[in-house]
Design a protein around this ligand. Structure first.
Ligand SMILES: [Fe+2]
Length: 192
């Protein structure tokens, strides 16, 4: 599935969940920017993620898997941040934002993928954020709270500068994200 179609389907999923406040700033979903495709090792987990997604989210995850080779996958961190093993199981692709194929300076929208057994340490950023896990039950932490398992289909909200962390178990995680406010291309601040 191409980026524009993915964004359409993702917007429809968010609309069903009633997170309208995060949809009002989305631009018209037309390709406005030429971006070079770049695949990362983490994309190898998308096949398993399709198999593990709940039925209503399978089409979106399958669309991501089918379109992954044509999308610009990136990593905000380097090996000096969380180690080389982390980079082998981590990546994201932006559909809408300062870098993605659909331009916006108000929101950044994309997908995060984590392989199994990945510990994404606590980090924080100025942008307010929602995550929607699409496949893979993972442990999520917000602020000083304990890690708690979140199932696909349950929205997660992080206010500006609230630290958050994720840990995957046996399943890879695919989660859609929306950022709004702040620097939409900022590297997150690692929370010691
Ligand atoms: Fe975040």
């Amino acid at each position: 599935m191409e980026a524009v179609a993915l964004a359409h389907d993702l917007r429809a999923v968010f609309a069903r969940l009633g997170v309208d406040a995060f949809l009002s700033d989305w631009p018209d979903l037309v390709p406005g920017r030429a971006v070079a495709a770049r695949v990362l090792p983490v994309c190898r987990w998308l096949e398993q993620a399709v198999a593990g997604a709940p039925p209503d989210l399978v089409p979106l995850v399958r669309g991501l898997r089918e379109g992954a080779a044509d999308l610009p996958w990136g990593q905000t961190y380097g090996a000096q941040d969380f180690g080389a093993a982390f980079l082998d199981g981590y990546g994201w692709t932006e559909l809408i934002g300062l870098r993605g194929p659909m331009a916006s300076c108000r929101v950044a929208v994309g997908f995060l993928v984590l392989g199994p057994g990945v510990d994404y340490p606590s980090h924080a950023h100025e942008a307010e954020e929602i995550y929607l896990p699409l496949s893979g039950a993972a442990l999520w932490q917000r602020g000083d709270a304990d890690y708690a398992e979140v199932q696909p289909g349950a929205c997660i909200h992080h206010e500006s500068w609230v630290p958050h962390a994720m840990r995957t178990g046996a399943e890879p995680l695919v989660a859609a994200y929306v950022w709004r406010g702040g620097d939409l291309a900022a590297k997150s601040r690692i929370v010691a």
